[in-house]
Design a protein around this ligand. Sequence first.
Ligand code: TEU
Length: 546
Amino acid sequence: MNKTWWKESVVYQVYWRSFYDSDGDGYGDLEGLIQKLDYIKELGVDIIWLNPVYESPDKDNGYDISDYEAIMPKAGTMEVWERLLSEVHARGMKLIMDLVVNHTSDRHPWFLESRSSRDNPKRNWYIWKDAKDGKAPTNWRSYFSPSAWEWDEATGQYYFHSFAVEQPDLNWENPELRQEIYRMMRFWLDKGIDGFRLDAIALLAKPKAFSDAENPADIRYLANNPGLHDYIREMNEQVFRHYDMMTVGETAFVSPEEGLKFVGEDRNELNTLFHFEVCDEMPSWDMRRFKEIQRRWYQVLWGKGSNSQFLNNHDHTRQVTRYGNDGPYRVQSAKLLATMLHTLPGIPYIYQGEEIGMTGVRFDSIDQYNDIAMKNRYEEEVRKGRDPQEVLRSLQALSRDNSRTPMQWNDSLNAGFTTGTPWINVNPNYKEINVEKDLADPNSIYRYYQKLIRLRKDHEVMVYGDFEELPEWMEDERLYVYTRTLGDTRWLIVLNHSDDPSSIRLPAAYREFTLNLLLSNYPENEADSADRIELRPHEARIYELR
Ligand code: TEU
């Protein structure tokens, strides 16, 4: 397998508006991120993924861009952004920018022109259709609203939006539009960034036939349509291949076989991807399902293309709450999940706050929530006559705001995030869970992440080693036992994802090995041997087999 810098990297995702507020306006900002770069560097990560900072009316927290070549004043200025890039590089880290090219804001000048008249030269930069029988052209839902179509009275047509009404989709069939996007991409790459996280990239091609979906609620018809890979190959041909850069596609609804079309090294499309088979299809932890998903992606991708490992981000609630134990075993569980993500094949992504075990949140009223996806769904359900409190309760667990509460720096007011009023409430548990506390504790989650990342730097087996599960535990719903092998180096990873203790006896083939413990989230258990490994609740072990 050919070696590259991005394959060997650990990525840290900064949702800047919740990271650190330097000017007291209640929003995190780029100056605040600059002030915290040493904290990120000390963790040991290689790449920072920065959520969108472009000019935006902020209906979807920056994912509705109104000027691709300007910085949102809430975040800072282009001068501050330039300094951020320089400070990231000065610390030997890289910066990849989150880029949204499936849609723009409805306040982008392109859309204002497009909607001004049917014969405007930019009309065809977006997707406009006549009404059908006096209604929307199709019955398609959008991610954030009951219909993917919005009526425009002025020109008597509907426009298409995969997400919010305020996020009209660009028409990727239009070569003029595509060339403008490629020019903009080069604008940022020529500034020296190191790559892109490509938002909703699997949606660029729309269904060929604008006809009703059998089941409009199952919005998979919005993704992976014919023509999609032609666009991405052209993007690579015209932009990516000319730079030493990394691309990671946010590819909705892809199977491993579909995923390989994006990241196969012979495809000349993207370097790697996020798939959502876990986050979209596993409401809570299901070890057997998780193993099955990992197995399939490994079997299809390994040696051909790169995958990512993550269990939360700005769209998906905190992993220790959703998939671990954020109660009595929060610290051990956070470390176990990290051990799993960093020892499974793929590039590990750390979402800000994950490294100190931040948890999900429960706000009492819909007014305390910000996420447009949640608020639109709440209104839609209440309009159907459902009890508002019951609707709120049904949406809280998976609300994207769970991951968007401010970074918890210390136990002072607002967790040290802002001297102003935070744009979203701080999680009330910040006095117990915060950076200052973790930095002071040699056994903290943060210190454990540092050791994990250090291990990766010192041992290529974590990056390039073949993965193999021990058959004895393949169907086990609590234990995950697998090896990573590269040349003569063989590691054994043993995970007890359970509130109960467990013990295992390695198969005969492993009994000849000496178990050299490299890392555990508990104090060492001297009595262990291949004959008998005692595992405490949520215990994780990484052994080198000698
Ligand atoms: O999310 C895209 C999105 O919601 C789906 O493509 C994806 O299938 C889903 O997240 C998987 O659960 C991106 C951004 O991450 C999100 O914050 C934006 O709201 C959205 O695009 C619109 O730009």
